[in-house]
Design a protein around this ligand. Sequence first.
Ligand code: ZN
Ligand code: ZN
Length: 226
Amino acid sequence: MTSNKEDYLKVIYEGGGLERPVPNKEIAQALGVAPASVSEMLTKLNQQGLIVYGSYKGSRLTEAGLASCMDVVRSHELWEVFLIRHLGYTWREAHEDAHLLEHVASSRMIDRLDNFLKHPQTCPHGSLIPQNGRIPESEGFNRLSDLSAGETAMICRVLEDGTLLDYLERRGLKIHETIQLLSIDDYEGPVSFILEGRTINISFKAATQIFVKRLSGPAKEDYDGS
Ligand SMILES: [Zn+2]
Ligand SMILES: [Zn+2]
């Protein structure tokens, strides 16, 4: 498979394409190309059974599509872990530069990198890292915007869009931390919640791009997130 096709599949995967159709606009933005030029490739991937594509709805990844981008997804995510842990990268920087590294590394190098990093389960943005060519089973997540006031939840994953990553990291959002929702204003207004004793306010739109696991009990203090 050419790296270009893999790029499309990976962008759809990272955009949440297993859970929802990813709009053309987002795919174009993530790839840095004009929206008009993505539809041709998406039609091709649709014909090959790698995605389910509707020009107004967007693209969902099929099982076959997921399988054929696993190696590059794994490479991308392990590089992200490395860049953040060892080179002091931000969320956004790691996502951007992992794009440069993901295609050039051999599978031997990626296996050694995985060993060196002690087999992380998720990338820094919370996406599960494939093991043996498969994405591990995950429990279904809710969107942060689906929570009600007073509920506690663990932040599990954020969509990998550069602007969103900067926005959330600046506000101190952390993966695998517990939050308590304070309020969601009417008419899709701002969302506020408590994280590590601080109140954080984000836009409703951002809250729809954060995936959480509802917790019934009180906040867990000892979760190490790795
Ligand atoms: Zn990424
Ligand atoms: Zn990531």
